[in-house]
Design a binder for this molecule. Structure first.
Ligand code: AQP
Length: 346
């Protein structure tokens, strides 16, 4: 297998209500990765429209995700921050991947089943084709590492399958065009840490999600200190005190979730948290959780508000990132056209 330069890619949909799960499962880890890798972080607006979005709201939400990236600590000068729709090669490569991926593979995607629900006939074709566009987002940069939450694991496996099948189907042409024995890397999903699946504050069996109708199910990145305190206080728990050992959390999903959130926010482990708080009643533990949540999230929310007050600055960041991303994506797409056998006019 050919060697690929290490490169990180990940994306967040501008679908409103950015929450603690998006932060701990993805954005916080994006910030860490930029210390050791070249990173490309994308506001995946074309994914967002797989379900209806109000155009004016969509524009605001694209800027809000960009603001969240910057406020959390991503440096758009050192790395690339842009919105997907501005680099046409994502959609171009997705078409090639629609022709590489098999119907059976796409049919197995649980996220489509969950999002389409019972009314599958009425779901958009785009929602079904979403995983092929996601593979294209990653592979148009030939990215090697993708930090994501647990819910994206299946889509990343599909990305690996698509890369492998492309490399096999076009092996001869890849070699003839001078790319050795593989054109696309087999991307490594990075799903680490205590909060790869943050659960709803109202129901420990459901993931914290932007689309949950109850705002009390999630902590939004834009919530103020009072709102965070109210939501944490109201979070569902059970009557027992916190256990001292991890095993004691096994059958207590809501307690397990709050401990995982605390660990992720304080860069510790659930074991550390139980060492300090084992035996505490939830009233005391929740007060401590409010403190760490507000300490961590309030500066991000303040900075997001400051950035959102100047949309032209955010737009300039996105325009600069798109220009730089387009150069890289065009190189890949030119090579793909040669490999597939398209006659290039330029
Ligand atoms: N609850 C979560 N815990 C940990 N990570 C999560 N992510 C999402 N929810 C959690 C991660 O956040 C990144 C961006 O997600 P996305 O916006 O692209 O899409 P999503 O996974 O569909 O997010 P939501 O909030 O659950 O939206 P809806 O309600 O529309 O389905 C991804 O890395 C994701 O894993």
């Amino acid at each position: 297998m050919a060697q690929f330069k290490e490169l990180v890619f990940s994306g967040v949909q501008p679908t409103g209500n950015l929450h603690l799960g998006n932060y701990l499962g993805a954005i916080k880890r994006f910030v860490t990765m930029q210390e050791t890798h070249d990173c490309i972080y994308c506001v995946v607006d074309m994914h967002a429209i797989t379900v209806w979005q109000d155009p004016k709201e969509l524009k605001r939400q694209i800027r809000e995700v960009t603001a969240a990236f910057i406020a959390a600590g991503i440096d758009p000068k050192k790395h690339i921050v842009f919105n997907q729709s501005q680099v046409a090669q994502h959609a171009e490569l997705a078409w090639v991947f629609n022709c590489v991926a098999r119907m059976g593979w796409a049919n197995r995607m649980t996220q489509f089943k969950e999002k389409a629900g019972k009314d599958r006939e009425n779901a958009s074709v785009g929602l079904f084709a979403y995983p092929m566009l996601m593979a294209s987002d990653i592979l148009v940069y030939r990215a090697t590492h993708v930090p994501v939450g647990e819910d994206q694991k299946q889509h990343l496996e599909l990305t690996r399958d698509i890369a492998q099948k492309f490399n096999n189907d076009f092996a001869e042409s890849i070699a003839e065009n001078g790319y050795g024995d593989a054109f696309f890397p087999i991307t490594e999903p990075l799903i680490h840490g205590p909060a790869t699946r943050v659960m709803s504050l109202r129901d420990g069996s459901k993931k914290m999600s932007k689309s949950d109708p109850s705002d009390y199910s999630r902590i939004n990145l834009t919530d103020d200190a009072d709102t965070i305190a109210t939501k944490v206080r109201k979070a569902k728990t059970d009557p027992e005190p916190l256990p001292s050992e991890i095993e004691g959390l096994k059958t207590r999903p809501e307690a397990e979730n709050l401990v995982a959130i605390y660990a992720a926010l304080t860069n510790t482990t659930p074991e550390d948290v139980l060492r300090d708080h084992g035996g505490s009643q939830f009233s005391g533990f929740k007060a401590a959780l409010v403190d760490v949540s507000v300490t961590k999230l309030a500066p991000i929310a303040d900075e997001m508000r400051r950035l959102m007050a100047d949309p032209s600055h955010i737009d300039a960041v996105l325009a600069d990132g798109s220009d730089r991303a387009r150069v890289l994506a065009a190189q890949t797409m030119d090579a793909v056209k040669d490999i597939v056998g398209f006659v290039r006019s330029r």
